[in-house]
Design a protein around this ligand. Structure first.
Ligand code: G6Q
Length: 538
């Protein structure tokens, strides 16, 4: 692989983009959005979404050089190699995870020739286990001690074992089966678990414990807490708890669980939503057919990401527009603003997926990077955000590029026309108005009412948020993040910063434990951990 990794800042395209960035396309001049059929030609269409990017500060020339850059750095080739099992999670010459990156195999199930047959076979095996389990819940083979159906699931997990699955669950609530409810516990804050335990009928509840490593403190603590609650209710945890974990992890002990499902070391936590990490909970809630649709949507996006033509490859285009804004126009953050209440938690998932993947300062050779890597990513659904932080987006001194997400149709289809427009139309009108206002700005003799414009944004528009389009959306952002990581030449698949947190928490707890029970103090544990205590720093 190493020979494919080119220093992007040494390419001709990079230098050319630096020149072009001195005078980027001006969106504020008359008819800037309409010129040369821009509104119609700056659209990238894929199976589930179209990206409208006339509101970006690019022209044909910039797009052509972004294409050159992607070509020179072999981005699509690297993506294809990743899907086919190349060991891409590594730092050359240093101790690192040294793994393949095959989350895409979880959805490479709908073809006779998957990109990496071994991983796809493992994914298929897990899906079949899930199908059987869901069927047994359905036909009454699996019931509680009183012979009743399980109606509720508590999903316990944190980070990658929570954020993606939870955001997809929120997004697909309207597709939930009658009589099935899901609750989440992630934080080690005992109130998180207590609030959930108060809501559920434990007798009819399955507890889905999700941890790739099987060692995460928060998840194990919450599992113990819930197991204890089951015991106190006179129930047997082994008959109600499920495990989703890495093969061979300390949690991989089928005797303790009603059923165990697996994910594999080549699937990173934040990329694991389409593995059993998300599928068990989603399967319980939505049923197997919807899960397969969800995976189908993701698979279609993965295939589309292998198109070499930038303007036809949605994730690659989104990635390169992001690079243009971040590295050449100097925008330090990125706002992802879904005009869809169902995508409420999606920015939180992206926050992890993007910032944990690309918040890196060394290259894949272990040398310091010489460019900005991942931006700070944040977001909230519109129109709510309009009544809050959009002030800064329109008139602040910080340049914040925006990725809007919207859908032509609502999920429930329940709507009312008031004064000639439905709520869905009002929602979309707001999205479009914001996009145009950010791009073109507004002149006003009153400086306080002047809007500078030239605030780059694009609109990702889908028909309706369904299991399949949600799968595509998830895979779109995964691929976008991966493409940017390839370009910046960083390893988007490890997470030493998160590991540090796990080690530090363990060290603090050990320090507290080592104190005499009567004189335990947090201050003493802090002092010891930072090297000020009697034993100094370890
Ligand atoms: C994701 C990260 C991290 C991880 C959690 C939970 O890529 O590694 O967010 O998912 O720390 O880890 P476990 O699934 O091992 O409990």
């Amino acid at each position: 692989m190493k020979s494919d990794w080119k220093d992007w800042q040494k390419t001709r395209a990079y230098r050319r983009l630096q020149e072009l960035a001195r005078k980027p396309y001006d969106l504020t001049v008359a008819d800037a959005l309409l010129r040369d059929g821009r509104l119609n030609s700056y659209i990238c269409r894929s199976d589930f979404f179209s990206l409208f990017y006339a509101g970006q500060r690019v022209d044909d020339q910039v797009l052509a050089v972004l294409q050159d850059l992607a070509d020179e750095c072999g981005l699509v080739g690297q993506f294809a190699a990743m899907r086919r099992g190349a060991v891409m999670n590594r730092i050359e010459g240093f101790d690192s995870e040294n793994r393949q990156v095959l989350h895409t195999a979880c959805r490479d199930l709908f073809t006779d020739s998957p990109a990496e047959p071994k991983a796809a076979a493992q994914a298929r095996e897990e899906i079949e286990k899930l199908r059987t389990f869901l069927h047994e819940l359905e036909d009454g083979t699996i019931r509680n001690a009183q012979g009743e159906d399980f109606t509720t699931m508590i999903h316990i997990g944190i980070g990658g074992s929570d954020l993606g699955p939870r955001s997809v669950f929120e997004a697909l609530r309207p597709y939930a089966r009658e009589g099935r409810a899901v609750h989440f516990i992630s934080n080690v804050d005992p109130d998180d678990a207590a609030a959930v335990l108060k809501k559920v009928d434990l007798r009819r509840t399955l507890v889905n414990v999700v941890s790739k490593s099987g060692t995460t403190l928060e998840t194990l603590a919450n599992e113990s807490l819930v197991r204890q609650a089951l015991i106190e209710a006179g129930l047997e945890p082994g008959k109600q708890c499920l495990a989703v974990t890495g093969k061979g992890s300390p949690m991989d002990n089928p005797e303790r669980y009603l059923r165990s499902f697996h994910m594999f070391d080549y699937i990173g936590g934040r990329y694991s939503t389409t593995s059993m990490v998300g599928a068990v909970m989603l399967g319980f809630c939505l049923g197997i057919d919807q899960i397969l649709d969800f995976l189908r949507g993701a698979a279609a996006m993965d295939c589309g990401a292998e198109n070499f033509r930038l303007r036809e490859n949605l994730p690659l285009l989104l990635a390169m527009l992001g690079v243009w804004n971040h590295n050449f126009l100097g925008a330090p953050t990125l706002a992802v603003l879904p005009y869809s209440q169902a995508l409420l938690r999606f920015p939180a998932h992206l926050q992890q997926c993007d910032m944990e993947s690309n918040g890196k300062s060394v290259t894949r050779y272990g040398t310091p990077v010489a460019c900005k890597t991942g931006p700070v990513l944040w977001g909230e659904p519109g129109t709510n955000g309009q009544h809050a932080f959009y002030q800064l987006l329109h008139q602040g001194t910080e340049l914040v590029p925006v990725e809007f997400i919207g859908f032509r149709k609502s999920q429930y289809g329940e709507d009312l026309e008031i004064e000639g427009t439905s709520s869905q139309q009002k929602l979309l009108a707001n999205l479009l108005a914001q996009s145009v206002a950010m791009a073109v700005g507004q002149k006003n003799p009153n400086p306080n009412r002047e809007f500078s414009g030239n605030r780059p944004n694009s609109i990702l528009l889908g028909d309706r948020l369904t299991p399949a389009s949600m799968g595509a959306l998830l895979a779109l952002y995964e691929a976008k993040i991966v493409f940017q990581g390839f370009l910046w030449n960083i390893n988007s698949f490890d997470q030493e910063g998160v590991q540090l947190g796990k080690v530090l928490a363990g060290r603090f707890l050990k320090n507290i434990n080592e104190q005499e029970p009567k004189s335990r103090s947090l201050e003493a544990a802090v002092l010891k951990a930072v090297g000020g205590g009697p034993e100094g720093r370890k």
